[in-house]
Each structure stands twice: as C-alpha cells, then as structure tokens.
Design a protein around this ligand. Structure first.
Ligand SMILES: Nc1ncnc2c1ncn2[C@@H]1O[C@H](COP(=O)(O)OP(=O)(O)OP(=O)(O)O)[C@@H](O)[C@H]1O
Length: 298
C-alpha cells in the first residue's frame, strides 16, 4: 500500500535521500545466498555478417561466482554484443561462453538481462509485473510466497498494489529488478540500466543493486560507459577497446563499501586511476582512426 512504512533494512524505493549514501548500510540478507554463476569466455570473436569486419576479436576472461564485473568501453566497442552472448541471446561466430562448465546455447532464467527501459505492463500492479518472471518459468505456484519477499528486498513492499504507471523511473527499474530476481537467477546482466535516470536516483540504484547482488551471492555483469558507475558498482572492470572489440585492461577496484558510496579519498583515487586507463585506451583508438583517415585521404 502506498504510504505504508517501509522495512527498516530495505533500500529507498522512493529514491529520496533517507540518509547519506556513505552512512547507510546495504540491504540485509533475506534468504540463503544463491550460488552465483561462474563464467568463462573463451577465444570469443564475432562478426554480425560473414563479410563484415569483426565486432569482437579474441575475447578471453573468467568471472568468479558472485563477482561483480563492469564491462566499460566507448559506444560501439561491442559491450552489448558481449553481454547478449553471456545471456545466450546471440551466438558468437567463434569461441564460446561457458557458464558453470556448460556451453551457453540459449537464454535461461538462470542468467537474466535488465535493460535501460524497464518494459513494464502499465495496467498491471507492481506485484503482478514482478511476478511475470515466475509465470514465464512456469513457477506460478511460488508467486504468493516469493513476490512479497522480493518486493521488500527492492524496497517496494509498500507499493505492491500500485499500478506500474504511477511509479517514478527509478521505482520502475526496481520493479524490473524484482521481476529479474524472482526466479532466483545465478547471474544478472545489466545493460546500462540506470542511464536514463537522474544522478541521485542512479546512485541509489547503483548502491542498492550492488548490495543486493552481494547479499544474494549473485554474479553481476554491468555494461557501462560511465567510469563512476564502474567504480561504484564493480569489484573488477574489464575495459574494451573498439574496432574490433578487445580486452584492453582488466583491473580490480580496491575499495571498501563506504568508499564506493562516493566522495571519499579512495573513491577519488580509483576514479582517477580508471579514468586514466580509459582515456589512454580512447586516445590510442582515436590516434588509430586518424591514421586510418590519413590513409583513405591519400
Ligand atoms: N544486430 C546487429 N546487426 C549488425 N550489427 C550490429 C548489431 N548489433 C550491433 N551491431 C554493431 O556492432 C557494433 C557493436 O555494437 P554494440 O551495441 O555491441 O556496442 P556497445 O559498445 O554496446 O555500444 P553502445 O555503448 O553505444 O550501446 C556496432 O558497430 C554496431 O553497429
């Protein structure tokens, strides 16, 4: 019910400043930790059409169970393509994605994607929208027990009966998050899911999604071109260069949870460091483009 009090440990569903981000505690664990997915990307290359150049070339990395990884890179470097391959939505031309020891051939409720647009049914309630993931996986019998729990987790327990169209953009993304989490996935794949939100709402969601993933033991992969988002959310950042997309840097973010919330010295240090890496890779790509342009003008 709108206006009802929110659980003490829940995160801010209204996306209003309940307290300073640096001082708030992450969402408390609500249930036994999920086993996060282990991912191995092996010699992966991709061209969308046979005669086109490669979008991705020779990508190799692993992601540990419960690890939070950002794929950072400029527009067009192939981040979304790679994420789609982790989700089993696109098959690579060469190489493979292996999750928990098995080659990924198709999408699964065990690894779910969240996009920039939350894609809710506006005429359905928050609870009904959140339940759709369970319905699609033919686990409708779990809805009554699971949905109140999951709405509390994303701090929308008080909004269960509201129509989705009455919610703010940030709250709608929380419904999409609840819908993704309800079938208890092992991995969540986020394709710039907060980029349409204002800075304050975005930071709340970045903090809360990280806290939820950690508490549940989920593996989390975030596609972004926002260095701040990568530093705030990820344990590790894989920087991709473009044309073709390759791993240019694979670097750990060494920060406490308090430092991640922003503003503190450690956050500034890691932000500057990653910005330096990112700029160096971008400048190298620009220099390469200039050389290519010079050649075409000869
Ligand atoms: N379905 C498709 N068919 C053909 N080419 C595609 C398709 N999807 C993406 N591409 C091309 O592949 C390249 C990489 O696109 P992709 O969307 O993966 O990059 P990105 O790094 O996620 O970019 P952005 O940050 O702008 O979303 C681009 O040149 C794009 O035009």
């Amino acid at each position: 019910m709108p206006g009802a009090s929110t659980p003490a440990t829940a995160v801010s569903g209204t996306d209003l400043p309940a307290s300073s981000p640096a001082t708030r505690s992450p969402a408390a664990p609500r249930r036994a930790a999920t086993k996060g997915a282990h991912v191995a990307v092996k010699s992966l290359s991709h061209a969308y059409r046979r005669n086109d150049g490669k979008v991705l070339d020779g990508i190799d990395f692993e992601i540990g169970q419960g690890e939070i990884v950002a794929l950072l890179g400029r527009s067009g470097c192939g981040k979304s393509t790679l994420l789609h391959m982790l989700a089993g939505l696109t098959q690579p031309s060469e190489g493979e994605v292996v999750i928990n020891g098995n080659g990924v051939r198709e999408p699964s409720h065990k690894w779910v994607m969240m996009f920039q647009a939350p894609s809710l049914f506006p005429w359905l309630s928050v609870a009904q929208n959140a339940a759709l993931g369970l319905k699609f996986t033919r686990r409708g019998h779990e809805i009554d027990a699971r949905i109140p729990e999951i709405l509390d987790l994303v701090d929308l327990g008080a909004f269960a009966d509201r129509n989705a169209q009455e919610l703010s953009g940030g709250q709608q993304q929380r419904v999409a998050l609840a819908r993704s989490l309800a079938p208890q996935p092992e991995m969540l794949l986020l394709d710039e899911p907060f980029s349409a939100l204002d800075a304050f709402t975005r930071r709340n969601l970045q903090r809360d999604v990280r806290a939820i993933a950690r508490n549940l033991g989920l593996t989390l992969v975030i596609v972004t071109h926002d260095v701040g988002e990568a530093v705030r959310m990820a344990d590790r950042v894989i920087v991709l260069q473009a044309n073709p997309g390759r791993v240019a840097e694979d670097t750990a973010i060494d920060l406490s949870e308090e430092e991640r919330a922003g503003g503190a010295e450690g956050f500034q240090r890691e932000h500057s460091r990653l910005m330096g890496v990112y700029s160096r890779i971008a400048e190298a790509a620009d220099a390469q483009d200039d050389i290519a342009n010079d050649f075409t003008q000869l």
